[in-house]
Design a protein around this ligand. Structure first.
Ligand SMILES: *Cc1c(COP(=O)(O)O)cnc(C)c1O
Length: 386
């Protein structure tokens, strides 16, 4: 018996011979090591909103790498200033301070530390089915038991309330609460869209009790839901806005955006060596500029509406429920999603699950109309047969 060829996976470099090996990309298309092309309907869990190798991002990275690849965050940096000015120009005026890091989970960690320090309190209220990352603080806010159990004890002081249950949230938040942490659309938890009442209640109870309200827009941020930021759908502005994934067009970045008022109450220190590096900021500036100039939020709204309309016919005969906002769609099946995802892959379409039974679509926002339509047809075919 010959050993499978060793292929390094992110999970501890285990041997994993059977997995699809992807080597090249352009827009929403990815090629494997045999030259076969796939349409990407998952965009690396939303990090690839601009598709593979967006030319403006590639150009910015090349130029910045030649100019100044790395700089400690203790020095002023024109590219960081330009990126932050661009980001803040797209947000409500209440936001004026940004802590830059390298990932979504770090953006969440910073929010937890800022909230605890600024309020002098410890309790964090999050939601059932919520996902906020995998470092110990963020993992404490994450809901799924099996993600947490092997690593317990986690950080104390975290409680979870049912998503979209305004009364439960109201009861859980009190004058010991530092932070209310919510995704406006739950991604990993199965694509659940917040109701206006729930987010309104969150804003009201946070303000009333003196807790800070954070929206984790790591997945929903930057045009994914049909607005640049998902909170714009509801017109409810948080105290902390957490961004990562697609923010720098595929380069690692995390951002914890907050107000002057919160920043001035922060005590202690928080720091990241690579946070706000010139390379990430150059990529981020190019990515934000491309997202606005190419009107990707409108594109997400239009294609997402098309997806909802086309896939609706699968409910209730072949699927339990269809949910979504913009280009963030979840088709909940009555059985495991994995065999359907495998069938899609064999037809050349890469979709991702959200939990065991949901097929999740998070295509690059630059996906061509005909590529997306072909993806929808493949889903109709694969799920419609089941
Ligand atoms: C992916 C995700 C995170 C974690 O981001 P990483 O960059 O993987 O650490 C946090 N919150 C939400 C909502 C996410 O979707």
């Amino acid at each position: 018996m010959s050993e499978p060829a060793p292929s390094l996976t992110p999970e501890f470099g285990l041997r994993d011979g059977g997995r699809l090996t992807l080597v090249r990309g352009e827009g929403a298309r990815l090629w494997d090591d045999h030259g076969r092309v796939y349409i990407d309907l998952g965009a690396s869990h939303g990090a690839g909103s601009l598709g593979a190798c967006h030319p403006a991002v590639v150009k910015a990275i090349e130029e910045q790498a030649r100019t100044l690849l790395f700089l400690g965050s203790g020095y002023a940096s024109p590219i960081r200033t330009a990126f932050l000015e661009k980001l803040l120009s797209l947000l409500p005026r209440s936001f004026s301070r940004v802590f830059l890091s390298n990932s979504g989970t770090e953006a969440v960690e910073a929010a937890i530390k800022i909230a605890r320090s600024a309020t002098g309190r410890t309790k964090v209220v999050a939601a059932l089915r919520g996902f906020h990352g995998r470092t110990l603080g963020a993992l404490s806010a994450t809901w799924r038991r099996e993600l947490k159990e092997p690593f317990e004890p986690l950080v104390p002081g975290f409680v979870h309330v049912p998503f979209n249950d305004a009364a439960a949230l109201d009861r859980a938040v009190d004058d010991t609460t530092a932070l209310v942490l919510l995704e406006p659309v739950q991604g990993e938890g199965g694509v659940h869209v917040a109701t206006p009442e729930f987010l309104r209640a969150a804003r009201a109870v946070a303000t009333r009790t003196g807790a800070l309200l954070a929206f984790d827009e790591v997945q929903t941020g930057i045009a994914r839901t049909g607005r640049l930021f998902a909170f714009e759908h509801w017109g409810i502005v948080p105290d902390l806005l957490l961004l990562a994934k697609s923010l720098a067009g595929g380069v690692p970045i995390g951002a914890t955006v907050t107000t002057e008022e919160v920043a001035t109450r922060f005590r202690g220190s928080h720091h990241s060596t690579f946070g706000g590096s010139p390379l990430a900021c150059a990529a981020g500036l190019a990515a934000l500029t491309a997202t606005v100039d190419e009107r990707l939020a409108e594109r997400a709204a239009r294609l997402g509406a098309l997806g909802l309309e086309r896939l609706r016919s699968l409910v209730p005969d072949h699927a339990r429920e269809l949910r979504g906002l913009g280009l963030m769609l979840g088709l909940e099946l009555r059985e495991k999603a994995a065999p359907y995802l495998a069938a899609l892959e064999s037809r050349g379409f890469l979709a991702i699950p959200a939990g065991a039974t949901v097929i999740r679509l998070l295509p690059p926002l630059v996906i061509r109309d005909e590529e997306f339509a072909a993806g929808l047809s493949a889903i109709e075919e694969v799920v419609g047969r089941g």
